[in-house]
Design a protein around this ligand. Structure first.
Ligand SMILES: O=P(O)(O)OC[C@H]1O[C@H](OP(=O)(O)OP(=O)(O)O)[C@H](O)[C@@H]1O
Ligand SMILES: Nc1ncnc2[nH]cnc12
Length: 469
């Protein structure tokens, strides 16, 4: 059986390879390549062009070949970020043990090991000490950082390649912790590369006192207690409040021992393996080739049509929210899909609901914004240009309020972007906006759009993740 599968995979690759060229820069398939998207993507050439542009042609092959793609599987990938001395690797190790005991196949990998190996080869530094000797690593850190930045200048796609490499190399795990990542807004950047998987960032953080104590301890342990603190590379610039993106999950790692890390895993990470989430996913029907051939439509609103579906979804949205509902003044939602889930949740939490309507349907005075058609509606003939406005009653949301935006789907992010513009125009700071969606389609790069448009500081959470169109 396995042998047959391998033979099939090789024959697919053999058929596709001669059709491809090395040129990856243009965004449309060039004429001599047109058979490739035709074979690989059937009637979906824009998708092929998109992939080609974003991932370079050779990554189109793994995408086109279901076997290679399936081997990545659908995982929960947790990027464990934070300053040096925060205890990222130690904590990730504890979480791996916790989940392994619970019967969940978990692993961890450091994404920076490959660049350390390259650096060691280029400079003659000792790789095993770079990997295992903290003082030695800190001593080399400035040069190592400069080396990495230089490599990225030469090869801008390097971070994405390294990310894919560690994920592909992780083997058969359901949960993967990735440490050593320093990229800005990593979930927005990397989630479209693994669209079937859920990508989360967990920042491990320590207060200043703990940080100093750990540095001192490390220096004493190294027999280097008298040296200056020049080697410590933590800067205020890497603190969560100064990042361009907003973190949903922060683990405060100030106490000694394992207890806090395990409690964090129980409270914030384990719920992603909750059977309730699977029950919700089971209520989302999949309809192939709707509204257009090549699109696997996920009928998210079907949840509301199932017995107990809305109650289940409401309780999941309530439980998964990483902030404090008591500090939320108002819920905001846009028609149509969002209204269904937001009204149930707002009633359950006991907060009012601000309604963003499409077209000219609200009485004046209103805040109004032009809105690009959502991904899925762009395929439906009913989306007339008259619909392409979002409006919100002026004064409905108080200036300085704290709000949660709820929608059924996040795809390109165009709808959410319009809502965020209205909410901020109403006087709400992006810091005080959180977004919760029932289903996210990372392939459409909605989070990246928000980041590019200056809404990176808005926190975004989703219950379900879907790959494909
Ligand atoms: O991220 P995007 O690409 O903007 O897609 C997401 C939006 O698409 C859907 O709305 P749609 O505009 O199709 O209207 P509907 O809810 O009335 O169906 C959905 O309800 C979201 O609001
Ligand atoms: N496949 C899909 N199903 C439902 N809604 C979507 N929005 C974008 N892609 C979608």
């Amino acid at each position: 059986m396995l042998d047959q599968a391998f033979r099939w995979a090789y024959s697919v690759v053999q058929n596709l390879l001669p059709l491809s060229s090395a040129d990856a820069a243009d965004s449309e398939p060039s004429p001599h390549e047109s058979p490739l998207p035709a074979v690989a993507f059937r009637p979906n050439p824009p998708r092929a062009a998109h992939l080609k542009c974003k991932c370079y042609l050779r990554n189109v092959l793994p995408y086109a070949c279901p076997l290679t793609h399936a081997s990545i599987g659908s995982k929960l990938i947790i990027l464990v970020t934070g300053e040096s001395f925060a205890g990222k690797d130690y904590t990730a190790g504890l979480w791996v043990s916790y989940f392994s005991v619970k019967g969940i196949r978990a692993g961890m990998v450091s994404i920076s090991d490959a660049i350390k190996a390259e650096y060691a080869e280029a400079t003659g530094a000792d790789l095993s000490r770079l990997l295992g000797d903290r003082a030695y690593k800190e001593q080399h850190r400035p040069a190592l950082t400069a080396f990495y930045q230089d490599r990225v200048r030469q090869r801008p796609q390097l971070p994405e390649e390294q990310f894919l490499k560690v994920v592909h190399g992780a083997g058969d795990v359901e949960l993967l912790f990735v440490t050593g990542m320093t990229d800005e807004a990593p979930v927005a950047t990397f989630s479209p590369l693994v669209p079937d998987s859920r990508l989360l960032e967990v920042r491990v953080q320590v207060d200043e006192e703990t940080l100093q104590a750990r540095r001192k301890y490390e220096r004493v342990a190294d027999g280097d207690a008298g040296s200056s603190d020049k080697r410590a590379t933590n800067t205020r610039a890497s603190r969560p409040s100064s990042l361009k993106h907003r973190l949903c999950l922060i683990f405060q790692n100030d106490t000694v021992g394992d207890k806090a890390a395990i409690e964090f895993a129980v409270q914030h990470l384990h719920p992603f393996f909750d059977a309730k989430l699977q029950r919700l996913a089971d209520m989302v029907r999949s309809i192939p080739d709707f509204p257009r051939s090549g699109i696997d439509f996920r009928h998210v609103l079907n949840v509301a049509q199932q017995p107990g579906g809305l109650t289940l979804c409401t309780s999941l949205l309530q439980d998964h929210f990483t902030k404090d509902w008591n500090k939320v003044d108002m819920m905001v939602s846009c028609e149509t899909g969002g209204f269904i889930f937001a009204s149930a949740l707002a009633a359950h939490i006991g907060i009012p609901l601000a309604l963003v309507r499409q077209g000219v349907k609200l009485p004046p005075p209103v805040l109004s914004i032009e809105k690009s058609t959502s991904h899925i509606s762009s395929y439906s003939s009913s989306s007339e240009s008259i619909q392409r406005r979002f409006e919100l009653g002026r004064g409905v949301i108080s200036r300085g309020a704290s709000v949660v935006v709820v929608d059924d789907v996040l795809a390109t992010g165009k709808s959410l972007l319009a809502v965020l513009h209205l909410v901020t125009e109403a006087g709400v700071s992006p810091e005080d906006v959180s977004v919760m969606v029932v289903a996210e389609f990372p392939i459409h790069r909605g989070r990246q759009l928000l980041l590019q448009e200056g809404f990176g500081r808005v926190s975004v959470q989703s219950l379900l993740i879907y790959g494909g169109e």
